[in-house]
Design a protein around this ligand. Structure first.
Ligand SMILES: [Zn+2]
Length: 194
């Protein structure tokens, strides 16, 4: 790894390939556009030295109003800065008490983790779509059940896989998988004895 380059060359080259492929991917299914944008954000996050996960918010007319990505390590360590957290923090900072996510859609390149699932519930956003499933481990398809108050709050909210091309979902998952090993190594380095 070059000094100044946050990621190994093989990871960079995989991510660049994914970026090129997504750029040429035609939008065929209902959520291909959203899924491409969230996954492109994921790839940018990976290229910056963070975990490759991206997210967006679309307004009730379907217009994408905000995009964000994981920022846990770069520019500085923030243990809460998963893509969905950065996205919702930015939205809430911008809108204050005028913010209202009713009728809005949050799209994330990878199924939200438990932390982000609770944050999404607390935000009140009506729809959440995920491009790639975290297959039985995420906050939606995973084994954990919500406490009753959160389950009640989540009742009017919808959580579903995005209706996207399987190839976009594959890229979203693979981009995450090629970056997560390095991220976990960096996190382990913060807790093992010096
Ligand atoms: Zn998360």
């Amino acid at each position: 790894m070059n000094r100044g380059d946050p990621i190994p060359p093989d990871v960079r080259s995989r991510l660049m390939d994914f970026r090129a492929e997504l750029g040429n991917h035609p939008d065929r299914r209902a959520h291909d556009g959203y899924s491409r944008i969230a996954t492109e954000q994921a790839i940018e996050g990976g290229l910056e030295g963070n975990a490759a996960i991206g997210a967006l918010i679309a307004d009730p007319d379907g217009l994408v109003i905000l995009v964000e990505r994981n920022r846990m390590f770069v520019p500085r360590f923030r243990s809460d800065f998963h893509a969905e957290m950065v996205l919702l923090t930015r939205y809430e900072n911008q809108h204050g008490n005028q913010g209202d996510l009713r009728g809005h859609t949050l799209v994330t390149s990878l199924e939200p983790c438990e932390m982000c699932m609770i944050r999404i519930i607390n935000s009140g956003v009506t729809n959440t779509l995920y491009v790639a499933s975290d297959v039985g481990k995420g906050g939606i398809t995973g084994p954990n059940t919500l406490a009753p108050h959160w389950a009640r709050l989540a009742e009017p909210q919808n959580f579903a896989p995005a209706d996207c091309s399987p190839r976009i979902a594959d890229i979203a998952l693979e981009a995450f998988q090629v970056t997560i090993g390095g991220i976990v190594d960096k996190m382990m380095a913060r807790r093992l004895p010096r």
